[in-house]
Design a protein around this ligand. Sequence first.
Ligand code: PLP
Length: 212
Amino acid sequence: MIKENVQKILAELPEGVKLVAAAKTRTAAEVKQAIEAGVKIIGENYVQEAEQIVKELGKSAKFHFIGHLQKNKVKKAVEIFDLIETVDSYKLAREIDRRCEQIGKVMPIFIEINSGQEGQKFGVLPQEVENLVKQISMLKNIKIMGLMTMGPLTNFRPCFKTTKKLFDKINVPGIEMKYLSMGMSGSYKIAIEEGANLVRLGTKLFGRREYD
Ligand SMILES: *Cc1c(COP(=O)(O)O)cnc(C)c1O
């Protein structure tokens, strides 16, 4: 089933739109099937879960961190992940920078936008994004490459629009906004219409989760 789901989605996504397989709660065997079917990027919400998967599968795909990153998990996260999609504060960015410096790595990141402004716990508010990008752009071991948003569970189109506008508007020296990560199983079609070039799908690929 996973294989068919992945192939169907890959065939369906317009050119230029990349797929992240959101793999929270999935086993290494399930993730392996997705990779064998053509998934190139795995998204993980938990550092420990990702560590286990990488241990079992090796680095047979790129790994994106898509959960909420706690400061005490940054050290491990920068070792495992190829990109962190959910940076929403200078404090977190500085810790990523510090830990990357220690291991001689430059971490690509996205800034997470709180595009719904209410009911969402994480992400930086739209009006504060440009300033945050400016601050983070000074850190040597971080490379900002795009924006990410979760958006609300319903009525997400306006939030995707807001995020796309920011994506187009941000103009900070040395920063090239390349990726716009928006859309999940229930919203990816609309996200693509609104300009996403990276979609994060879990349920659509792996089936329903038993728990979150
Ligand atoms: C779980 C998750 C997804 C995928 O959600 P589905 O509805 O299962 O497609 C995407 N992004 C993030 C950040 C997630 O935590």
